[in-house]
Design a protein around this ligand. Sequence first.
Ligand code: NAP
Length: 285
Amino acid sequence: MSAQILDGIGLARQIRASLKERTEALRRRGVVPRLEVIVATQDPASVAYVRMKRKWCELAGLESGAFEVDAGTSQSQLLEQIHRLNEDPRVHGVLIQHPLPKHLDEHEALLALGAEKDVDGITPQSLGRLVADLPGFRSATPLGIVTLLDHHGIDLQGRRALVIGRSVILGKPMALLLLQRHATVTIAHSRTRDLPELCRQSDLVVAAVGRAEMVRGDWLQPGAVVVDAGYNRVEGRDTDVGDVHFESAARVASWITPVPGGVGPMTVASLLANTVAAAERAAGA
Ligand code: NAP
C-alpha cells in the first residue's frame, strides 16, 4: 500500500475533545447543549447509528433525547413533535434519521423543521443556503469530509473532483462544498457513461454510491485522493465495506479513507459540532 490514511477516527476524537471544552463553557453559563433525534424503531441500522450518536453526545458533554416513530405513528403526531422541538428553547439541534417508515412523509417533516435547529443540514432551507453561499448548517457527512481534507492540508483549488452519487443528503451537498473550495466538480450517477474513465481523469474521487467495492484501483489516476463515504453490509463479511475496493485503490492513491474509520466518525463529529454551534448561538456566545 502506498496511500496515506485519512484517519477519521483520530480527527473526530480531537474534535470531540474540543467540543467537550466548549460544552463545559456553555454549562458554566447555564446552557446544556441538547440534540434530539427522530428515529424509526423498526430500522436496525438507524437504531444502531442513533445509539452511537447518543454515546458521542455523552462523551462530548451534550444531552440527547429520542422520539421513536413506528407503524403506529401518524404524520400529524410527527409534525406536532417537530413543532414542539422547534419551540423548545432547551433543544438546540434536531436530527431526522433517514429512513422514516414509508407511511410518513419525510419531505414534509424536513420542511417543518426550523433551519436554526437543522444540525444535519439537510432541510430544503439549509440546502438552499448552501446553494446561495449563505451561512447555515452544512450537511454532516459532506462537512465531515471537507473537514478531514482540510485537516490534512489537501488543497482543492483548481483540482478535478468527481463525486459519484447525487443524493440530497450526500452527493449534491458534497459537490457544492467542493465547488466552494474552488474544485472543478463533476457529479456522476447511475446513468453516467464510462465512469472508470471519468475517475481516471480526477484528482479527487468521492464515492457515495452504496455499492460495495465498486471503485477499483485501476479506475484511479496515480496519486488521486480517494474518499469513501459508502457503508455496505456484505453477507459473510465481519465488517461493513465501502464503495471503494480498498486494497487495490490504496496501491494507487496518495490519500484514502478507510471503512470503517474514515467518513463515518467525521459525520458524527460534524453533527455534534453543528449542535454545539447552535447552542452557542442561542446563548449569544
Ligand atoms: P442513495 O440515496 O442511494 O444514492 C446513491 C447514489 O449513487 C445515487 O445518486 C445513484 O444514482 C448513484 N449510483 C447508484 N449506482 C450507481 C452506479 N452503478 N454508478 C454510478 N452511480 C451510481 O445513497 P446515499 O444516501 O447518498 O448513500 C451513499 C452511500 O453512503 C451508502 O453506502 C450509505 O450507506 C453511505 N452513507 C454514509 C454516511 C456516513 O456517515 N458514512 C452517511 C450517509 C450515507 P441515481 O441518482 O441515478 O440513482
